[in-house]
Design a protein around this ligand. Structure first.
Ligand SMILES: Cc1cc2nc3c(=O)[nH]c(=O)nc-3n(C[C@H](O)[C@H](O)[C@H](O)COP(=O)(O)O)c2cc1C
Length: 358
């Protein structure tokens, strides 16, 4: 028995486990597989058009009757600053030359749009059981419409004050995202990566500060981590990195190799790939330009000039310019179908909880 059943009852899933949304490396296939295993599957929509989003959700709805979580970014958009873009291109120019690319050729903008009226209309039509946001919450008018569509609203906090803000502004559940987590920090009231607590310290402090259920995220990759999250007062877990090597993820082959070879010392927090701090396996860009650089344009514009380099390197089977987002528990990821992995995670967590005398 799970020591806390609030999320199982709220989400109507078999297990209190959420497959993390992971923009750029997964689609409906991983959502379906995790849902078939008993988790809440999350579809990352931040890099999709409304049409593509609709298509992906319809694939999920055709294949499983399980609840679904649609995930969006809600950063405050900042226009690209041409001066800064030029400086950034100059910083990257040696790599452009190495790959025989013209640094002056126009490049399409990196596409990570915040949640807007068009996506909100889609949510109202689809009525997903859950909607999750990264980087805070959308403005109150949009949020009201999401809630009126009957969706449970969740969002990530990286420090206690963000958790309190999320609860006061309408989140039904809060994800406490510790520093170990792969991908972008969900931070929105602070910019200081040095101060982000680890999962072990953050979860109980968030649990003490809010009344809504708390989901632990960051560095959780097996039954021990899940049991620890419950011991810290979490009502569930959100797991990303541990699912990356599942055959249903859309990680390209050389990135799969990099993840398989990664250890506990392989990841860093960097801002050079997109302009916002995120944790990933260190690649050449992170090592030679960052991991943190004050030259990086604001999110998501840093990714624009990286785009041609990423494409050229990937053609040669290299991930020197690819976001290898992954958390500190990357070595614990298993190459296993996602439904099977979900059941294994739940089974080992329950066994561990029982052994601890729950
Ligand atoms: C490859 C990757 C991509 C991610 N993309 C998103 C995203 O699109 N939206 C989001 O809310 N969180 C995203 N995250 C963060 C996850 O929601 C979650 O906080 C994190 O995976 C938990 O830590 P773990 O990776 O150690 O399990 C991403 C994480 C990874 C590893």
């Amino acid at each position: 028995m799970w020591p806390d059943r609030r999320l199982i009852e709220l989400f109507k899933t078999e297990f209190p486990i959420v497959l993390a949304p992971m923009a750029g490396v997964m689609d409906a296939e991983l959502v379906i597989a995790a849902a078939q295993g008993g988790a809440l599957g999350s579809l990352p929509c931040a890099m999709l058009s409304p049409e593509k989003t609709r298509e992906q959700v319809s694939i999920i709805r055709q294949r499983v009757s399980a609840p679904v979580n649609m995930n969006f970014f809600c950063h405050k958009p900042v226009d690209a600053d041409p001066k800064r873009e030029t400086q950034w291109k100059q910083r990257l120019a040696p790599f452009y030359r190495e790959y025989g690319l013209d640094p002056d050729a126009p490049v399409p903008f990196a596409n990570r749009a915040p949640f807007d009226a068009a996506m909100c209309e889609l949510v109202e039509k689809i009525k997903p059981e859950v909607v999750s946001f990264h980087f805070g919450l959308p403005d109150q008018a949009l949020l009201k419409r999401v809630k009126a569509a009957g969706c449970v609203v969740i969002s990530s906090a990286t420090v206690v004050k963000e958790a309190i803000w999320l609860e006061e502004n309408g989140a039904d559940v809060i994800i406490a995202q510790g520093a170990e987590a792969g991908g972008h920090r969900g931070m929105f009231l602070t910019e200081s990566i040095a101060e982000q607590p680890g999962t072990f310290a953050l979860v109980p402090q968030v649990v003490d500060a809010v009344k809504v259920p708390v989901i632990a995220a960051g560095g959780i990759a097996d039954g021990r981590g899940i049991a620890a999250a419950f011991a810290l007062g979490a009502a569930g877990v959100q797991i990303g990195t541990a699912y990356l090597r599942c055959p249903e993820s859309k990680i390209i082959a050389p990135a799969r190799v990099a993840l398989a070879q990664a250890s506990d010392e392989s990841t860093v927090i960097t801002n050079v790939m997109t302009g916002r701090p995120a944790r990933g396996v260190a690649n050449r860009t992170m090592r030679e330009v960052g991991p943190i650089s004050s030259d990086a344009p604001h999110f998501p514009h840093a990714a624009t000039a990286i785009g041609p380099l990423k494409a050229a390197a990937e053609k040669l089977g290299r991930v020197d310019f690819t976001n290898l987002w992954a958390g500190q528990a990357v070595r614990m990821g298993r190459e296993m179908p996602a439904a099977e992995l979900t059941r294994a995670l739940a089974g080992s967590a329950l066994a561990r909880l029982q052994a601890l005398g729950h």
